[in-house]
Design a protein around this ligand. Structure first.
Ligand code: GDP
Length: 360
């Protein structure tokens, strides 16, 4: 399954954040694979709709969509040349489907910065440089092979040209995620190279609690990484929040002017950055969110529950979550004509509440 790799320089708050994420984990019991690797955490996608469905259907269990995070420690300057855990680090990051960089923006003089000063811009550049250098090595190695292939087979010219153009962009210090589209590079031609900087990026700025309401400051940080998404949190506060009873946690959030925990935001943005969405099912056993790619059809969605559901797909009965809530029950939604019958070409919408009909 798809995972989000957490990277960052030492001492920026990665472990603090990762531990808070995984201790927060209501899913550990339901997803035993969550604990296979100490650096992998599977957490639930926060979704208030599930609680409401569970109430309506008297469901015994709530199963949110799982989101996997991998703590990829050990990135230091020179990783692309094998410094630190260099190669292991790069292999780990290659396996992730999106890259989440944690950036230090908090000022605590008691926490040493590896480069001696707190500079989000420099830290982002340091990490980008290592990833860019690793990609350049990959491309330099691939080009002689691609040239040979292109001489033998004209259809390989596109891959060769894309690799050369990507090399130029990277040499200018730009990641493929940030610059490929603008430079007209078809990254689908580069997929076989598993380039690190072609993955989607998102950023967590670990800021002082006092700055969470300082929009000018947050906008400056956001501008450093646009169009990638930026999330702001105080990792230390987040790690304290998860130890509090719910009402006290809510009070603490209110006190620092936050509508929800930063961790919830991170999980949601991470999930979206992976190109994923959910649909919902509900019954007496469970209210559950199922993960699909954005753009998935009804049979593909059925296949996430069971491959037999996809093979034997007949139709889907679908009601939009809001229509179901407005009606008050499934029977009332049906009577009001809000439950649609959809066929095999239907493209799923976020918040579809679904029952599949299939042959076995
Ligand atoms: P890592 O090396 O990136 O995994 O960083 P850690 O999570 O181990 O954090 C390094 C140090 O910074 C620890 O002493 C943390 O307690 C501290 N720290 C982490 N997040 C924050 C924060 O938001 N504010 C402050 N003041 N300290 C933090």
């Amino acid at each position: 399954s798809l995972s989000i790799g957490i990277v960052g320089l030492p001492n920026v708050g990665k472990s603090t954040l990762f531990n808070a994420l995984t201790r927060n984990d209501v899913l550990a019991a339901n997803y035993p694979f969550a604990t296979i690797e100490p650096n992998v955490g599977v957490v639930g996608l926060p979704d208030a709709r599930l609680g409401k469905l569970a109430e309506m259907f008297s469901s015994q269990k709530i199963l949110p969509a799982p989101v996997s995070f991998v703590d990829i420690a050990g990135l230091v300057r020179g990783a692309s040349k094998g410094q630190g855990r260099g190669n292991a680090f790069l292999a780990n990051i290659r396996d992730a489907s999106a890259i989440c960089q944690v950036v230090r923006a908090f000022s605590d003089p008691n926490v040493v910065h590896v480069d001696g000063k707190v500079s989000p811009k420099d830290d982002i550049e340091t990490i980008n440089t290592e990833l860019i250098l690793a990609d350049l090595q990959t491309i330099d190695k691939a080009i002689p092979r691609l040239e040979k292939e292109a001489r033998a087979n004209k259809t390989r010219a596109a891959a060769l040209n894309a690799a050369k153009a990507a090399g130029e962009l990277l040499n200018e210090g730009t990641t493929l995620y940030a610059g490929a589209a603008k430079a007209g590079i078809d990254t689908s031609e580069l997929r076989e190279l598993h380039l690190l900087t072609a993955k989607p990026f998102l950023y967590v700025f670990n800021v002082d609690e006092a700055e969470l309401g300082n929009n000018a400051f947050l906008d400056e940080l956001r501008a450093l990484v646009a169009p990638a998404e930026a999330i702001f949190m105080d990792a230390k506060i987040e790690s304290e929040l998860i130890d509090l009873p719910e009402d006290e946690a809510r009070e603490m959030l209110e006190a620092i002017g936050q509508p929800e925990p930063g961790l919830d935001q991170l999980i949601r943005v991470g999930f979206r950055t992976l190109g994923l969405q959910t649909y919902l099912t509900a019954g007496p056993k469970e209210a559950r969110a199922w993960t699909i790619q954005v753009g998935a059809t009804a049979p593909e969605a059925a296949g996430v529950i069971h491959t037999d559901f996809q093979r034997g797909f007949i139709k889907a009965e679908i009601v939009a979550f809001n229509d179901l809530m407005a009606a008050g029950s499934m029977a009332a939604a049906k009577a009001a004509g809000k439950v649609r019958i959809e066929g095999k070409d239907y493209v799923m919408s976020d918040g579809d509440v679904v029952e599949f009909r299939f042959n076995v």
